[in-house]
Design a protein around this ligand. Structure first.
Ligand SMILES: *Cc1c(COP(=O)(O)O)cnc(C)c1O
Length: 342
């Protein structure tokens, strides 16, 4: 069993593929899109304690995702990470950070958490890493590169076991899945990402897009996170039930109207079928507008905002979708859809 504030989709699929269970326990505030709260990415510590007590010896690791991508890109506070760390040491469970957006998370900690403002972004990240037994990172996020990632562990025994598995599956650590050149690029990206000017521009431009859509009346996840704006498709299209995938309907609309590419984070991504074949929907129906780093200018953001004026005008005409073909795992990557009757 693995426990997280919210497992990222591919993380969850890898866990489930091994036969293990992945449990998400964000704080309840994190599931109310309209609510304002500084750290909606936090893990529910009472629930964590209850699960660790109940499943002693069965928990493989607790994974704290910073920022909480599938939970709306919301940050995690230092106090919450300290709480998770304390519970993990009390129950002798491995504590891992999914640190894809550790620099963006540090920006929010510095500006929103009491007592953190005097620390630099880098110091905040160090402090958070010091609480964990290890970290996983998809480097195409806050390492500013186009591919790659890593697993870092403090325990040399586990690290050696993982290295040996890597040699069998990918190749030696210096030339396997990642070539030396790519690791050099990651090292430089991890350094540049903590530049205060870069982080300010990054967070502010995302916030600008989110605030513009909010002003238009688009229902979305508040407050705006670091790397993306998350539209609440359940509220945008209340006439489309979760089993007809309101998020997927919006994804198609955005592409059809303006060539804007987004991704559904709802019942296509996380829905499950019950024994009787009925869809058990995800707790939220979100659409993520993730913003690539160092790519877009203000006028691109304005174009996306204008697209939503059209989305709002035609919202009542939009219909849901049906899945006509899907694989067993990670179906949202390759599923085929068909629009439902107009
Ligand atoms: C992107 C991401 C991952 C892993 O992504 P892959 O595309 O599978 O490499 C893991 N966790 C978080 C939070 C992510 O954003």
């Amino acid at each position: 069993m693995f426990i997280s504030n919210t497992h990222f989709d591919t993380t969850r699929a890898n866990i489930e593929f091994t036969g293990a269970t992945a449990i998400d326990i964000p704080i309840p505030e994190g599931r109310d899109t309209a609510l304002e709260h500084p750290f909606k990415g936090n893990m529910d510590l009472d629930e964590l304690e209850r699960l660790l007590e109940q499943h002693q010896g069965q928990v493989g690791a607790v994974i704290l995702t910073v920022t909480n991508n599938s939970g709306g890109g919301q940050p995690v506070s230092m106090a919450n990470a300290e709480g998770v760390s304390a519970l993990c040491s009390r129950y002798s469970v491995l504590f891992l950070l999914d640190c894809c957006r550790i620099a963006e998370n540090s920006w929010f900690v510095k500006h929103r958490e009491q007592g953190m403002n005097d620390l630099s972004y880098r110091q905040i990240a160090r402090k958070m890493f010091s609480l964990a037994d290890g970290a996983v990172m998809s480097a195409k996020k806050d390492a500013l590169v186009n591919m790659g990632g890593f697993l870092a562990l403090r325990d040399e025994r586990i690290a050696a076991a993982c290295t040996n598995l890597l040699i069998i599956t990918e190749g030696f650590t210096t030339y396997g899945g990642l070539s030396g050149r790519d690791m050099e690029a990651i090292a430089i990206g991890l350094d540049e990402v903590f530049d205060p000017h870069y982080l300010d521009y990054r967070i502010r431009s995302t916030t600008w897009l989110g605030d513009s859509l909010h002003a238009l009346g688009v229902p979305l996840m508040r407050p705006i996170g670091g790397h993306a704006v998350y539209i609440d498709a359940k509220k945008l299209y209340p006439h489309i039930p979760p089993r007809e995938y309101p998020g997927q309907a919006l994804v198609c609309e955005l592409y059809r109207l303006a060539g804007v590419r987004s991704v559904e984070i709802g019942s296509v991504m996380f829905g499950k079928y019950a024994e009787n074949g009925e869809l058990v929907p995800s707790s939220m129906e979100l659409v993520r507008l993730a913003i690539p780093r160092r790519v877009y200018t203000q006028s691109h953001m304005e174009y996306v905002a204008e697209t939503f004026e059209e989305v709002l005008r035609s919202r009542e005409q939009v219909r849901g979708y049906r899945i006509v073909k899907e694989p067993e795992f990670l179906r949202h990557f390759t599923a085929h859809f068909e629009p439902l009757g107009q």
